[in-house]
Design a protein around this ligand. Structure first.
Ligand code: AMP
Ligand code: MG
Length: 395
């Protein structure tokens, strides 16, 4: 049985980033960028007005000036600054002449007639957004490995990088085993239970920016499971997930079926509570995981291991553990295995607090309605007041 940290190292050694593709910005949310984006020109590319007001000569003193025209955003900059004694009406974002320009805010002027106004104070250059004040042509704006979200997408749009190079989404096949399972919309007969892991995995994969390309339930007969596994592999997944059957019971065929398909089994048990029977295997570029069927184990194994692998395949860093203060009087049962305890975490001012939630055992789904993280309780020892949390959801 290997430790969680050893399994992380193993997974990191098995995974390398998937190939890249160029895609439109409209599809790029949450994709991982695989190129450095350089500013193609100075940002802003020309001096611009930051205000609605008037453009005058930099040497213009306060006093009366004659209005000679208007400059609007989107028009080329005037060739030169207005002559002394004259002013141009200007709107925010308008291009400015490259020398001798100064601005005065509308609030600092008083109209005297339709073509004259009083400057109540001298103009200044304070409200000029200077060319290259944000970035120079050739400066790096975004780095490879960064996950693209709304702000970064807007930055790409602003420099015309409309087909960024990103990692292609991982293709995941999911086989669910268990003769006792019925679809969630079916009323279970005595002894049967609803399959909740299909829904869990589909939602977690969606959240992890992965494509669930195949998902099927199968009973516990080995030939049926073997056929279903072959069908899953025929879809050429990057990752194959098998729910249930990861342990050593009479119906636990996952390890044997993967071996029969030519997979190398790297690990069959990990010292995590919940989550102990966990199979990691590989065949060529395809990585397979056998997850214990209990829903809480499923949740923990996905966040600890599958999500880490998905991040590595995307070329991104895995979700980092955060440090938090344990709520007082938290009753945590230590165990010979490291425990990943469902919890709620939140930032209160400058302190991050974590509240362990009650759970009975690895089949206990009730806690998953509220959990936003997994609190790491070290093996055997009592947890201190400073603990680590693996975020599963932002609070
Ligand atoms: P297994 O890992 O197949 O031995 O399953 C362990 C426990 O998890 C059993 O009580 C199963 O009934 C339950 N279980 C397995 N698969 C699922 C599933 N897809 N949804 C809900 N519970 C499951
Ligand atoms: Mg089973």
């Amino acid at each position: 049985m290997i430790s969680v940290a050893e399994l992380w190292t193993l997974l990191d050694s098995l995974a390398s980033p998937l190939p890249c593709e160029r895609i439109p910005l409209s599809s790029a949310d949450r994709r991982v960028l695989r190129e450095t984006i350089l500013a193609p020109e100075d940002q802003p590319p020309f001096d611009r007005s930051a205000i609605d007001g008037y453009l005058v000569h930099a040497d213009q003193p306060a006093g009366l000036v004659t209005l000679t025209g208007t400059i609007t955003p989107g028009s080329p900059a005037p060739a030169s600054a207005p002559a002394l004694g004259t002013a141009l009406r200007i709107l925010t974002g308008s291009a400015l002449p490259s020398s001798d320009a100064a601005l005065i805010m509308q609030e600092d002027t008083a109209p005297t007639s339709s073509n004259q106004l009083q400057l109540l104070q001298p103009p200044s250059t304070r409200h000029i957004r200077r060319r290259a004040s944000q970035a120079r042509a050739g400066d790096a704006l975004l780095s490879s490995g960064q996950s693209l979200r709304a702000g970064a997408l807007a930055l790409l749009a602003s420099v015309g990088a409309t087909t960024p190079l990103v990692t292609r989404r991982p293709r995941v096949a999911h086989l669910i085993t268990g003769g006792e399972l019925v679809p969630p919309e079916t009323l279970p007969a005595q002894g049967q239970i609803r399959d909740s892991n299909s829904t869990l995995i589909a939602a977690l994969l969606c959240d992890s920016n992965s494509d669930l390309i195949w998902q099927q339930r199968v009973g516990d007969s080995r030939p049926a499971a073997s056929d279903a596994l072959a069908a899953a592999l025929a879809t050429s997944p990057d990752i194959l997930l098998i729910s249930g059957g990861a342990s050593v019971g009479d119906h636990d065929h996952t390890a044997a079926l993967l071996a029969a398909q030519g997979f190398t089994i790297h690990c069959a048990k990990v010292a995590s509570r919940p989550g102990k029977p966990f199979i990691a295997a590989s065949r060529g570029d395809c990585l397979a995981f056998g997850l214990p069927g209990n829903p809480l184990s499923h949740f923990v194994c996905f966040h600890l291991f599958v999500k880490r692998l998905l991040a590595r395949l995307a070329g991104a860093a895995p979700v980092a553990l955060v440090h938090a203060k344990l709520a007082p009087n938290s009753a945590l049962r230590p165990d010979p295995r490291e425990t990943w305890w469902p919890c709620l975490w939140a930032d209160e001012g400058t302190t991050r607090r974590v509240l362990p939630l009650p759970w009975r055992d690895s089949s206990d789904l009730t806690v998953l309605g509220a959990a936003t993280g997994l609190l790491r309780v070290p093996a055997t020892t009592e947890a201190g007041t400073e603990v680590e949390v693996l975020p599963c959801q932002c609070p």
